[in-house]
Design a protein around this ligand. Structure first.
Ligand code: ARG
Length: 461
C-alpha cells in the first residue's frame, strides 16, 4: 500500500483509473524545489511554535536538504502512485527523516495552502524569465533602430500608404508595446506576491504558526489577508496568463509585419538563413517560419488564458479539485514564450532592410498630400480649404500620371494662389519626416531621443 496522505478513513486504495485521473506529477514536479523551500519555512515556524524541538528542527532540515539534493540529481523521482508533487515529497521526506519525525511536518498545513503558495512562487520566477526574454526582443528592435537612424518606411493605415515615417520610429513602436508588457508583469507581481501558507485547507491554522514568517522566508512581502481567498483564488494565475497572451499578441503583430515585408510584392526585408526554413518540394522557397510560429503560438496563449478563465468561472469557494487544472495552461504559455524569445530576437536582429526600396516606395500613393495641407495651414490658410487644395493637387497629379513634386508652378497656383513654389520644401520624404518634430513624432531627432529613453527604461528592468 503506497503512502497516501489520506488513508485513514478508507478501506481500499483508489482504482487505477482514479489514480491515473488524479495524478499530476507529470506537470507539477517542477514545483518540487519550491515545495521543499516551503517545507523548510514551515519546519521553522513549527519550531517557533514549540511543536518541534531544536534537535527535531535540525534533523528535519537536514533531511529536507538531502531530499532537495536527490530531487536535483534525479535520484528521487515521483512514482505513479504519488498523487502529486506534495505527496511524492512527503514520501521522500519520510524515507529520509523516518516516519516519526517526517510525519510531524504536515501539522498546520494543507496541500491547498501549499499549492497556492508554490504556484505563486513558480510564476514569480517565471515572470522574471519572461521579462528577460522580452528584453532580448526589445534590444533587437532598438539595435535595428540604431542601425537605421534615417531610413524611411512607407507608413500605413488600413494597410494603405498613409504618410512616410522613419523605419526606426516604426520599430520602436513595437518596442514600446513590449515595454508595457514588461511593466504589466511588474504590476502583476505586486499583486501576486502573497504567501498563502497558514491558510490550511481553507480556515487557517490553530497551531500558533506565523504566516508572515513563512512569507518572508519564501520571498513574499506579505501573507494573504484571508485564508479562504488564499486557497481559492487563482486570479493571479489568470492575470499572469493574460499578461503572457497580450505579450504573445504584440509579438504576433510584429511577426505578421515581417511576414508581409518578406513577400516578393513588398520586398522590404531579407531574412537571415539561420532564421528561415526551406520547402520539401519547392527548392526556391525561403519561409518566415519564426514569424509564423510566433503568430501561431499567440493563438495558443490566448487559448490558455480563456481555458483557465473557463475553469475558474463556476467554482464555489474555497478549494476544488478543478483547480489542479490551473497549472498546465500557464506552464505551457511560459514554455512557448521561452522557445520563441531567442528565435524572434535572432530573426529581428539579423533582418536586412532594403532601405533604398523603402525610400523609393515611401512617396508612392501621394503620401505627401498631408504635408501640402499642413504647409498651407502654416501660411494661414484654413485647414478645410487646405485639405481641398491638397486633394486637388492629388487629382491633377494623378490625371497627368506624375507625383506631387512634379506639379508645375502654374498648376499649383491655379489650384490655390497660396501654393507658391516654396511648397516644394515639404514635397520630399526627408522634409516631410523632419517636419514632424514634436515629442512622439517621426523626425529623426525625436526618434533618437525616444530610442534613448526607451533604452534607459528597459535598463531599469
Ligand atoms: N494537486 C492539487 C492541485 O494542484 C493540490 C492538492 C489538493 N488536493 C486536495 N485533495 N485538496 O490543486
Amino acid at each position: 500500500q503506497p503512502a497516501r496522505l489520506w488513508g485513514g478513513r478508507f478501506e481500499a486504495g483508489p482504482a487505477d483509473a482514479m489514480a491515473a485521473l488524479s495524478a499530476s506529477t507529470h506537470f507539477d514536479w517542477r514545483l518540487a524545489p519550491y515545495d521543499i523551500a516551503g517545507s523548510r519555512a514551515h519546519a521553522r515556524v513549527l519550531h517557533k511554535a514549540g511543536l518541534l524541538s531544536d534537535d527535531e528542527l535540525a534533523a528535519m532540515l537536514a533531511a529536507l536538504d538531502l531530499l532537495a539534493e536527490d530531487v536535483a540529481s534525479g535520484a528521487f523521482v515521483p512514482t505513479v502512485a504519488d498523487e502529486d508533487v506534495h505527496t511524492a515529497l512527503e514520501r521522500g521526506l519520510l524515507e529520509r527523516a523516518g516516519a516519526e519525525l517526517g510525519g510531524k511536518l504536515r501539522a498546520g498545513r494543507s496541500r491547498n495552502d501549499q499549492v497556492a503558495t508554490l504556484f505563486r512562487m513558480w510564476l514569480r520566477d517565471a515572470a522574471r524569465r519572461i521579462v528577460s526574454g522580452t528584453l532580448d526582443v526589445l534590444d533587437a528592435l532598438v539595435a535595428q533602430a540604431q542601425r537605421h537612424p534615417d531610413a524611411i518606411l512607407p507608413g500605413r493605415t488600413h494597410l494603405q500608404h498613409a504618410q512616410p515615417v522613419l523605419l526606426a520610429h516604426h520599430l520602436l513602436a513595437h518596442a514600446q508595446s513590449l515595454l508595457r508588457d514588461i511593466g504589466r508583469l511588474r504590476d502583476w507581481d505586486a499583486r501576486a506576491a502573497e504567501s498563502a501558507y497558514g491558510s490550511g485547507a481553507l480556515a487557517g491554522s490553530s497551531l500558533g504558526l506565523d504566516p508572515e514568517a513563512v512569507a518572508e522566508e519564501l520571498g513574499f512581502p506579505r501573507s494573504v489577508e484571508n485564508s479562504i481567498d488564499g486557497t481559492a483564488s487563482r486570479d493571479f494565475a489568470a492575470e499572469f496568463a493574460f499578461a503572457l497572451a497580450m505579450l504573445g499578441v504584440n509579438l504576433s503583430r510584429l511577426a505578421e509585419e515581417v511576414i508581409i515585408w518578406n513577400t516578393a510584392e513588398f520586398g522590404y526585408v531579407t531574412l537571415d538563413d539561420a532564421w528561415a526554413t526551406g520547402s520539401s518540394i519547392m527548392p526556391q522557397k525561403k519561409n518566415p517560419d519564426v514569424a509564423e510560429l510566433t503568430r501561431g503560438k499567440s493563438g495558443r496563449l490566448i487559448g490558455n488564458l480563456t481555458g483557465l478563465l473557463a475553469t475558474l468561472k463556476a467554482q464555489p469557494l474555497a478549494y476544488n479539485r478543478d483547480l489542479q487544472e490551473d497549472k498546465e495552461p500557464v506552464f505551457d504559455s511560459v514554455a512557448q514564450l521561452e522557445l520563441l524569445f531567442p528565435a524572434i530576437a535572432g530573426m529581428v536582429s539579423t533582418l536586412t532592410f532594403h532601405t533604398d526600396r523603402l525610400a523609393e516606395l515611401a512617396p508612392a500613393g501621394f503620401t505627401l498630400a498631408t504635408d501640402i495641407a499642413e504647409w498651407l495651414v502654416r501660411q494661414g490658410v484654413p485647414f478645410r480649404v487646405a485639405h481641398e487644395a491638397a486633394g486637388e493637387c492629388v487629382r491633377v497629379a494623378e490625371s497627368r500620371g506624375v507625383g506631387l513634386p512634379e506639379l508645375t508652378d502654374d498648376e499649383l497656383a491655379r489650384i490655390n494662389p497660396a501654393l507658391t513654389p516654396k511648397v516644394r520644401e515639404v514635397l520630399t520624404v526627408a522634409g516631410s519626416v523632419a517636419s514632424r518634430d514634436a515629442k512622439g513624432g517621426t523626425a529623426p531627432a525625436r526618434v533618437a531621443e525616444q530610442r534613448e529613453r526607451l533604452r534607459a527604461l528597459a535598463a531599469e528592468h
